[in-house]
Design a protein around this ligand. Sequence first.
Ligand SMILES: C[S@@+](CC[C@H](N)C(=O)[O-])C[C@H]1O[C@@H](n2cnc3c(N)ncnc32)[C@H](O)[C@@H]1O
Length: 274
Amino acid sequence: MIEIKHINLTAYDDVENLDRFNENSFINYCNKKLSGCTKHINFINKYIINNQWNGRVLEIGSGNSKLLYRLEKENLITNGGYGYEISKSRFNFAEKLKDYVNSKKVVNYNEDFLSSNLVHKELDLIIAVDIVLQLISPLKRNAESLLLKKIYKMLKKGGYFLIELWDFINILKLINLAENKELKIWEQFPKSDPFKYGLYNITLDKQKNIVWEKTFIERKNKNKSYFCNILKPYSKNIIKELLRINKFKNVNIFNRWSDNEKQVLGEYIVLARK
Ligand SMILES: C[S@@+](CC[C@H](N)C(=O)[O-])C[C@H]1O[C@@H](n2cnc3c(N)ncnc32)[C@H](O)[C@@H]1O
């Protein structure tokens, strides 16, 4: 029988495909991505690192694992770094990047974190940055609760859960204003990116999740690549309540990673403790 996977588990299948990079563009791209993590490192140093820190970190939806490699470089991962990334192309990219940064402590798993049977214990920190939680919650009816229980179990007492979310408040407002309840947006990427443009079509499904269809146009040969994300929107109050119900303590919300950073409308960071 053919297994039909949820679209969120296949959406990133072609992202960071190594076929689109040569040695030079790979290095430029990676250096940029790695330096983009300084804001996360500063945040983690400021709000998370304490006397009990034991250097064990897991990232859900780790992409190219840039943040885990940066944490290792800063000596913040000393006893195990684990990255779960469902996209094979991103996993392959992360493995190549691992050689480039000479990582010894980070292990990448090409698996769905939610359904994986691997067990990790006594983690200091679990990271789900850049809408990962919002991609996992729509996977099935009880995905959200299974995920939060799994995270809670893997953390040590006093361990941290760090999330980055989009509230989508403005997108939801605009969709509701649109006559056919459909939004169209585009963006242009920096020259280091193999894609030049992203064209987005946004609607709502029956559960009021956001259906975000994306078409990317390659810089070199104008080839198109399409993918779709179904995202659960979370307001600050809803995520606070959800974490509280799931036994997390000390839930704090931040509007940006650091004071020097410009606030991105709708984006926010949540830090909670076991
Ligand atoms: C928006 S990207 C963020 C990537 C990375 N955290 C970053 O900040 O660059 C979300 C990633 O989560 C991955 N992902 C989504 N659902 C997943 C799951 N259930 N298990 C593991 N990875 C997942 C996607 O393939 C995608 O690469």
